[in-house]
Design a protein. Structure first.
Length: 269
């Protein structure tokens, strides 16, 4: 069985110093002769994915919230990752509306992980009957630390949520498999979708930020929970992608996102 359709919802971009995403000599790290050269600021695009299947509709991630500046203030990270490249029609609620989708139409809301730029709009789905899903290890970590936040995990985003958890690689709906890909966070997941015409699409979320991170060779980022696990997950994803001849869609790759068929007009079947 395959899924029916994939809609890629482009939700604008945060701005950030590229060094956060890519620790790469010659690109972000400077030589002694370049000490005065300013860091490269990057358009850190964010997207969600709506998957229609014979068994129900799934939304993958929820992007950033409209009130990011105040909500993220306790973490201080709003100064490093301002969500300031977004227009009114690009917020998640607007994107769903353009497709004629209401929050109550979502059967499964799956979070690749619980960082604030992925979990920022979970609140739109409370009380709608959507089944909330994340990885077992992600839930354990996200609820397990003391205080209001830990890095980009912000309890205000998800504290009220009752998650169903998965572990291992799990086919959650026909043609949709959640892939365990820890390293970025303890419970980061990727999502594999099999489609009748397009074939396999593999959405990496933050297991792989961008094409330059994927390589080969894989190039890590400044924010990694477990570097050894991260390298292992990139190679796991590469293996699955090669085996299934998949289109690999990275978590925050501005150039790649621009080249894709985007909702509301474009989709993959
Ligand atoms: Zn993340």
């Amino acid at each position: 069985m395959t899924a029916n359709k994939v809609h890629v919802l482009s939700c604008g971009a945060m701005s950030c110093d590229l060094t956060w995403l890519l620790l790469k000599a010659g690109r972000t790290m400077r030589t002694r002769t370049e000490q005065q050269r300013p860091p490269e600021w990057y358009s850190c695009t964010t997207h969600c994915v709506l998957v229609e299947t014979p068994g129900g509709t799934l939304l993958w991630d929820t992007s950033c919230p409209r009130d990011w500046e105040t909500r993220w203030a306790p973490t201080g990270l709003q100064e490093y990752f301002p969500y300031d490249q977004v227009s009114d029609e690009e917020y998640l609620d607007a994107r769903l509306g353009q497709l004629g989708v209401q929050p109550q139409d979502i059967d499964y809301l799956v979070l690749s992980h619980l960082h604030f730029d992925h979990a920022g709009n979970i609140g739109m789905f409370t009380g709608t009957g959507a089944k909330l899903v994340c990885h077992e290890k992600e839930k354990e970590f996200a609820f397990g630390f003391d205080g209001a936040f830990n890095g980009a995990h912000l309890k205000a985003d998800y504290a009220a949520c009752d998650f169903d958890t998965v572990s291992g690689d799990t086919e959650i709906l026909p043609g949709v498999t959640l892939i365990e890909a820890p390293g970025h966070t303890p419970g980061t997941m990727a999502m594999k979708v099999e489609l009748p015409e397009t074939g396999t699409m593999l959405f990496t979320s933050d297991a792989v930020y961008m094409g330059d991170s994927y390589g080969p060779p894989a190039t890590p980022a400044a924010i990694v929970n477990d570097l050894t696990a991260w390298y292992g997950s990139v190679e796991k994803i590469r293996g699955i992608a090669e085996q299934s001849d998949a289109t690999v869609v990275f978590g925050h790759d501005a150039e790649q996102l621009r080249s894709m068929r985007l909702a509301p007009s474009g989709f993959y079947a």
